[in-house]
Design a protein around this ligand. Structure first.
Ligand code: NAD
Length: 484
């Protein structure tokens, strides 16, 4: 298979917060990779804009260091760094004042695509949007990219949406959820809608249940105080897990087009039933050999914020009636592993008698650390000894199946940034989707607050609190192992 890199049109991309952690860790190394692959044209420019005192030379040094630190091994082999650095400029700017805006206006070219990445706290989104227009920098073709957290509840999400909508049309707003930029997540759509095989089985008649797990082995570490204001429900479930659930559960859109896809995702979120308190588990990690307890890292010995959530979601429509979606996510668990598992029903009748523990077919979409897809099937165990059955995975681990191509596959951020330049919003969240997700999440969080709910402690390095195991045991099911 030959990989095809189609260059995008020339652009000016302004990264507000261009000196920050996200820009250094993800955005700039990602852009360099696209440059090395030939996708970013030579005339394109990246303009860092932040409060730090830098000139363009100082900024280029910062970016070179960031690429060396976070770029990974493929980037170390790319000889194009000096040429890439020449594409970089820097402007010292104040999102809340006048400093830097006239310089930015003079620098932006009006005959190329312009995109503005808001890699700053959400408290600055409205200020940036407003100044981009009042300084007549943005045009009706410009795109703005905003990062999570997109609100901390329905009210704040609506306020944020309104502050952006006052300045930009929804077709110009790109709300990033980097999970949607992952190769396997897109492959999930290719598998569902590009094969005849799965879609006829994709319903309550054949699917027993679905598990969506996003497990991290690290704790909150130095981000403890910041994380403590949100917790796993806001930080992971409302956005990343919800997006994965939508892609699994949505009806086939009539075409692969931004609004057709997002309309179907929205219908799923709106069809979610409220979650009952007994179908919800929240946890907090205790101290262990790997590090201090959550409370210590959060700097608050009494905090009730959760570092773990497990829940049973139900979708009230014909396709999914009676099929639970079990969601779980947590920090300081036994491994870093994220996957979606579609567990099919047992056979209605076994012709193999006592030998016939056929198991269940499971389609597992592995998101990290190794992206790939497996399909567990039953076969006859090879060799003599009668009809013995074995369950084996048909394995499409991308690194093995696609070789160098998988190695060179763009990271989620760079893929999404190129989509912004192309003007393709399919993999970005629409404002109404974000609000609907908060409308479902808010009562869960409010319920915890009202009941003064105390999270269950779980051992660092374990699979989470025992109550989460019980959540599935009660339904005569069990979680899949968290394995890297
Ligand atoms: P950071 O604190 O490291 O960087 C903030 C940047 O904003 C700096 O460049 C700073 O100079 C700039 N800035 C702050 N106030 C400004 C002002 N008044 N005018 C102009 N520039 C100003 O933050 P970060 O970790 O890079 O995160 C940026 C955004 O991305 C946040 O909304 C965060 O929640 C989100 N995010 C970050 C990560 C991550 O991995 N760091 C992941 C997902 C989402």
């Amino acid at each position: 298979m030959v990989s095809r890199v189609i260059p995008v049109d020339t652009f000016d991309l302004v990264i507000f917060g261009g000196t920050g952690d996200l820009a250094r860790r993800k955005i700039l190394p990602g852009l360099f990779r696209r440059f090395c692959s030939g996708q970013m044209p030579d005339e394109a420019r990246i303009i860092g804009a932040a409060r730090t005192d830098f000139d363009s030379k100082g900024y280029r040094n910062l970016v070179a260091e960031a690429i060396a630190e976070f770029g990974g091994k493929t980037l170390a082999d790319c000889a194009d760094l000096p040429r890439f650095l020449e594409r970089l400029e820097y402007i010292k700017i104040d999102a809340r004042g006048d400093e830097g805006w006239a310089d930015l206006r003079d620098m932006i070219r009006n005959d190329v695509i312009t995109a503005y990445y808001f890699s700053v706290g959400p408290g600055l989104f409205g200020d940036l949007a407003q100044r981009l227009n009042s300084w007549k920098i943005a045009t009706s073709d410009s795109r703005i990219v905003v990062e999570k957290p997109f609100g901390r509840d329905l009210t704040t999400a609506k306020e944020l949406n309104a502050s952006l909508a006052a300045e930009f049309d929804e077709t110009q707003i790109y709300r990033i959820d980097h999970y949607l930029g992952k190769e396997t997540v897109q492959n999930l759509m290719a598998i569902r809608f590009g094969n005849l095989l799965f879609e006829p089985l994709w319903n309550s008649q054949y699917i027993d249940h679905i598990q969506i797990s996003v497990a991290e082995s690290v704790g909150v570490g130095g981000r403890g105080a910041y994380y403590d204001k949100s917790g796993a429900m806001r930080d992971m479930v409302q956005n990343h897990l919800m997006q994965l659930l939508c892609l699994i559960a949505m009806e086939p859109p009539s075409k692969f087009d931004p609004d057709a896809v997002r309309d179907e995702k929205l219908k799923v979120i709106r069809a979610l039933e409220p979650v009952e308190p007994h179908e919800l588990v929240r946890g907090q990690y205790s101290e262990g050999p790997e590090g201090p307890s959550y409370r210590e890292e959060a700097g608050d010995p009494k905090t009730f914020t959760e570092s773990y959530v497990a829940l049973k979601a139900k979708i009230a429509n014909w396709r999914w009636s009676g099929v639970p979606f079990y969601l779980r996510t947590g920090k300081r668990l036994k491994a870093r592993a994220s996957e979606i598992a579609v567990v099919f029903k047992k056979l209605p009748h076994s012709i193999f008698g006592d030998e016939g523990d056929e198991g269940q077919n499971i389609l597992a979409i592995h998101l990290q650390p190794n992206e790939g897809i497996t399909l567990d099937v039953t076969i006859k165990e090879p060799g003599p000894g009668g009809m013995r059955l074995a369950h084996v995975p048909l394995d499409m681990t991308f690194a093995e199946t696609l070789g160098d191509q998988a190695e060179d596959a763009p990271d989620a951020y760079e893929r999404l940034i190129m989509d912004v330049i192309r003007g393709n919003q399919t993999l970005f969240m629409r404002g109404d989707e974000v609000e609907a997700a908060w409308a479902w999440t808010d009562p869960i969080i409010e319920g915890w607050q009202r009941r003064n709910d105390v999270p269950k402690l779980y051992d660092a390095g374990s699979s989470g609190p025992d109550d989460a195991l019980a959540l599935l045991h009660r339904d005569l099911r069990k979680w899949r192992d968290i394995e890297p």
